[in-house]
Write a protein that binds this ligand. Sequence first.
Ligand code: ADP
Length: 194
Amino acid sequence: MLNIVLFGPPGAGKGTQAEKLVKKYQLVHLSTGDIFRANIKNGTELGKLAKGYMDKGELVPDEVTIKMLESEVGKYAYPKGFIFDGFPRTTAQAQALDKFLATRNLSITITLALEVDEEELTKRILLRGKESGRADDQDENIVRNRVKEYNNKTAPLKEFYLKQEKLKTIQGAGGIDDIFTELCKMIEANAKTV
Ligand code: ADP
């Protein structure tokens, strides 16, 4: 199985690249942000809880997020692999993911980190907000808070995957197709299963 963690700050292009990778390698795409948004739309209890945090640009608590992710993974019997987009976002989430995958004799194959500088991120997200209407993309204070959460809680995870020798970093400022080509090269050089 090919299990990819797509890593990077909000607005780095994780969702865009995830869609392309999913098509090419026939993976299951699990975006925690998308799952939370679907829950909000459907008015579930999980959605109500998540909304309070998302509206402020804060992370949803680990316990809730981990439980949700595990239940999503459990829905697929024989996938070719998963692409985790927006998860893990904290060390506790990364540890829980490793532990959970291990119980199924699985592991993360590679972590692909997209790097984009902060000013470019803010610009991209505010533009996306105008086009998509996503509330947390329209308010500059919320956007800056998300970047802050990323720097404080998520960026340290690079060290976690570096220690496991799974981290591959790429500049996310180039063209969509060029970045995609680079990501595919990294995957194929590192994943024996492809
Ligand atoms: P972006 O990467 O642009 O911030 P996402 O859709 O990945 O967009 O996330 C939107 C919001 O959903 C986050 O700001 C956070 O509140 C919540 N969220 C998504 N994934 C997680 C996660 N793994 N842990 C905690 N909160 C999350």
